[in-house]
Write a protein that binds this ligand. Structure first.
Ligand SMILES: CC(C)(COP(=O)(O)OP(=O)(O)OC[C@H]1O[C@@H](n2cnc3c(N)ncnc32)[C@H](O)[C@@H]1OP(=O)(O)O)[C@@H](O)C(=O)NCCC(=O)NCCS
Length: 208
């Protein structure tokens, strides 16, 4: 990969379906048989928490090869009140081009723009193997807990990165996933019916 062989820009309205197709291809059978991330993306775009300035696509030789979206949410502080934060996702790279550095480049641009917009921190559910390379650490190290999980549960999927140094100091509390990410199985199934048929497979390593 060469940093100059692709551009990162805002998603255009007329390419929304193409981006949903890309998301479907990238997530299909990765975390569960089939996937619902394309449906989540579709719902997110109409949600008040959605950050339009961070609705990014990556283009290479006139073709869309990646996307990333972000939404606003909060940490409900143990001491009272809420701390505004961002979350990222879905984010993906075309399966044929994964592992070449494009994801890191796209994530880096999203973080850079988020900081420019004044956001203080990003929290998300993800793999430390990928996000750790871009400065993410376990959210528990700041005393932030994932909602609706017992204290002793493994929360190593729950990561964070400060954009303003010190922003998460004193942020002990509970992170809330934005509402738009909650999609029922039925909604996801219904939404997916508008796409070309694709085989759902149960594969090793899936989470569900
Ligand atoms: C996750 C994803 C966006 C990463 O993009 P990518 O272009 O494949 O990743 P990159 O090549 O930029 O990798 C950057 C670094 O992270 C590491 N990395 C990437 N994916 C990883 C993984 N699944 N596990 C461990 N490390 C990983 C790479 O080894 C690389 O390390 P390096 O900088 O030391 O070389 C992409 O693989 C994807 O679309 N996956 C399917 C959808 C998905 O899982 N999205 C994320 C949901 S949380």
């Amino acid at each position: 990969m060469n940093k100059n062989d692709c551009i990162i820009r805002l998603e255009r309205k007329e390419e929304q379906r193409e981006v949903e197709m890309l998301v479907r291809e990238a997530f299909w059978n990765v975390y569960r048989p089939g996937c619902s991330e394309h449906c989540v993306l579709h719902a997110l775009r109409d949600d008040p928490a959605f950050v339009r300035e961070l609705d990014l696509v990556m283009e290479k030789e006139g073709r869309l090869i990646g996307q990333s979206v972000s939404a606003r949410t909060v940490i409900e502080l143990d001491g009272g009140g809420e701390l505004p934060v961002l979350t990222i996702g879905p984010i993906c790279i075309d399966p044929a081009l994964q592992g070449k550095g494009y994801g890191k480049l796209l994530l880096g641009r999203s973080l850079e723009l988020s900081a420019e917009l004044g956001y203080g921190a990003v929290l998300l559910e993800g793999n430390i193997g990928f996000y750790g390379k871009s400065g993410f650490v376990y959210a528990r190290s700041f005393g932030v807990r994932y909602h609706d999980m017992p204290e002793e549960a493994d929360q190593s999927f729950f990561l964070c990165r400060e954009l303003i140094p010190g922003y998460l100091s004193g942020a002990e509390g509970v992170y809330q996933t934005p509402r738009a990410y909650y999609i029922s199985e039925e909604e996801a199934e219904e939404f997916d019916r508008a796409f070309p048929p694709k085989e759902k497979l149960r594969l090793p390593g899936q989470l569900v």
